[in-house]
Write a protein that binds this ligand. Structure first.
Ligand SMILES: NC(=O)C1=CN([C@@H]2O[C@H](COP(=O)(O)OP(=O)(O)OC[C@H]3O[C@@H](n4cnc5c(N)ncnc54)[C@H](O)[C@@H]3O)[C@@H](O)[C@H]2O)[C@@H](O)CC1
Ligand SMILES: Nc1ncnc2c1ncn2[C@@H]1O[C@H](COP(=O)(O)OP(=O)(O)O)[C@@H](O)[C@H]1O
Ligand SMILES: [Mg+2]
Length: 281
């Protein structure tokens, strides 16, 4: 029997903050999405667009040089900073203080990318979401776990989770190991799956939205953008994770009668974020 907290609409409305009438883009949060590499620029495009569509005022994407035109043309609302390298990220450098940073979608695991990620971990002052290849880099360098800022959000799928915490022999052991990891490093783990669980120390949240339509490329990249956006809008870390996961799943539930399971793609998640928010009003 599940003994944690079920994430249904009633629970979500405890955290959800409607937009203030007098807000403006300058106080609505500035998210920085760091990712992309040659052939995987779509991942960071999806994250950045999802961040905007989840309500933050400004979004900047930091990408390798080859991503400049791709991001500018596919999402004109997003600002772009580029690395000096063409195909991968080697020197993360920006001259503003983001309200939240999401790193990992499509970033690859090149040696130079690993080095600059380490530098970011040592110097960063913004709330952080770590996904995809940034998680895989962490798994290859487990000593870096100690550098994770308190309340960092990690969003592994089951394979990424296994790389982080090692194998498990039962569901129970998987949760025990994830809870220990979360407690030891004071981080929040979004255990993506069907369903997704969010582990914050000994508290476990179980999501109630979502369906197999989400089993499609880029679905997690979108989630990273949504959670980073909420974090940039001043939601506390676990609340950003919870609300992001709930809304992400809800988009697929809303879209399903129109798209069916098969034709739903990650861009359809982004296309339905508005309806998901409206259902909370
Ligand atoms: N359009 C794009 O640019 C895309 C880029 N992507 C990027 O590609 C890189 C590699 O990510 P991947 O996740 O594909 O590669 P990984 O090697 O991390 O994960 C794939 C492996 O995990 C297993 N796996 C995934 N979900 C699972 C689940 N729910 N249960 C059990 N096993 C599961 C798969 O069977 C496979 O063996 C990342 O940087 C990611 O962001 C992907 O997100 C796909 C789309
Ligand atoms: N059968 C399913 N039911 C519900 N959610 C699913 C299902 N399959 C995948 N998802 C969700 O889709 C997302 C997949 O993330 P991920 O594997 O990182 O994708 P990608 O790396 O391609 O962006 C997660 O949020 C996961 O919970
Ligand atoms: Mg992923």
């Amino acid at each position: 029997m599940f003994s944690g907290i079920l994430l249904d609409k009633k629970e979500i409305l405890k955290y959800y903050k409607p937009i203030a009438v007098d807000t403006h883009k300058g106080i609505q949060g500035h998210a920085l999405l760091i990712g992309g590499s040659y052939g995987k620029m779509g991942a960071v495009c999806l994250s950045s667009k999802a961040a905007l569509k989840t309500g933050c005022g400004l979004v900047t994407a930091f990408v390798p040089k080859c991503g400049y035109d791709i991001v500018q043309i596919s999402i004109p609302e997003v600002m772009v900073l580029t690395d000096e390298k063409r195909k991968c990220i080697s020197n993360i450098n920006f001259d503003f203080q983001p309200n939240a940073i999401g790193i990992g979608p499509g970033i690859g695991q090149d040696e130079v990318t690993q080095k600059t990620f380490l530098k970011l971990l040592r110097t960063n002052k913004s709330p952080l979401v770590i996904d995809a290849d940034a998680l895989n880099i962490l798994s290859k360098n487990k000593a870096w776990f100690l550098l994770l800022p308190a309340r960092t959000i990690l969003t592994p799928h089951p394979k990424e989770l296994e790389r982080l915490i090692g194998e498990w022999n039962s569901e129970e052991e998987k949760f025990e190991k994830t809870i220990s990891f979360s407690l030891q490093y004071n981080v929040i783990v979004v255990m993506k799956g069907a369903p997704t669980h969010i582990v914050d120390g000994e508290t476990i949240y179980k999501n109630t939205t979502g369906n197999p339509a989400l089993a499609t490329a880029g679905s997690g990249d979108v989630l990273t953008g949504m959670i980073t956006s909420l974090l940039a809008q001043s939601y506390e870390a676990v609340q950003a994770a919870i609300l992001g996961v709930y809304l992400h799943g809800l988009t697929a539930d809303i879209a399903l009668p129109k798209t069916g399971f098969q034709s739903f793609i990650a861009s359809d998640i982004i296309g339905h974020i508005g309806e998901a928010f409206l259902s909370l009003e």
